[in-house]
Design a protein around this ligand. Sequence first.
Ligand code: HEC
Ligand code: HEC
Length: 212
Amino acid sequence: MTLFAMRQARRHGRALLELMLALFVAAPSSAADAALIERAEKIVHAKCFICHGIEGETSSQAFPRLAGQHAQYLARQLADFQAGRRKSGTMEPMVIDLTADDFVALGVYFESRPAEPHPVADDALARSGREIFVSGKPAAGVAACASCHGPRGHGTDTLPRLAGQHALYIENQVRAFARRERSAEGTAMQAIAAGLSDADVKAVALYISGMK
Ligand code: HEC
Ligand code: HEC
């Protein structure tokens, strides 16, 4: 802290001093984030952009939108692809030469990208999907998606954000859980997937793709 700043702090009392301390404490972590983002950018520009876009917004429905996804969840998925705990065929070669630090950096990078809402055309189908998202299908033993992924589908550090994800990707993943092609963290999803019909999956996926 400069002499000038200290004089200012004394003059304006504790509030200003606290503000400056907060800024000082915040500085190293944002510098660390900047370093992580720089590290991730190199990798994204070299290979990930082809399918996921520079900003994590893809054009093809088959590739997940990564923008706004939780850093910790993303890093773990990358580790799962590398260790063969999550099967894809496409992603394994992408991560073969990356380190755990790269995974953390890529997670921080994509979480920092803004997630744009996608307009949804079929209102009737989306409405029946909303019903499943909010209330589940109690007769089939399917818990409401909202009970884990949150009422707005925004997820948590360990639960993926669903809101605004491509409908086709959501459908593919629900089926992948049913086939047990994802890691043990997805065990809850296996039961959910087993209780949903094809029409249910299409409806809830469409609704989710339009959530903000
Ligand atoms: C050739 C196209 C392609 C490239 C290049 C690619 N991906 Fe993927 N990515 C995919 C596909 C397809 C999936 C869906 C996999 C599945 O079916 O489970 C996926 C899934 C993912 C997921 C899981 C998302 C979720 O919501 O669970 C992450 C994270 C990811 N990719 C990150 C990356 C990163 C980081 C790179 C660059 C190192 C990269 N991808 C390069 C096609 C690609
Ligand atoms: C009991 C909690 C729980 C409920 C209820 C639940 N999920 Fe999940 N879901 C999870 C967990 C945990 C994961 C992450 C698995 C992992 O880490 O691999 C997940 C992952 C997913 C994914 C993969 C996202 C991605 O980016 O790859 C989709 C899609 C999904 N859930 C859809 C749904 C839908 C649709 C419903 C409602 C029909 C639902 N979930 C209900 C816990 C739940």
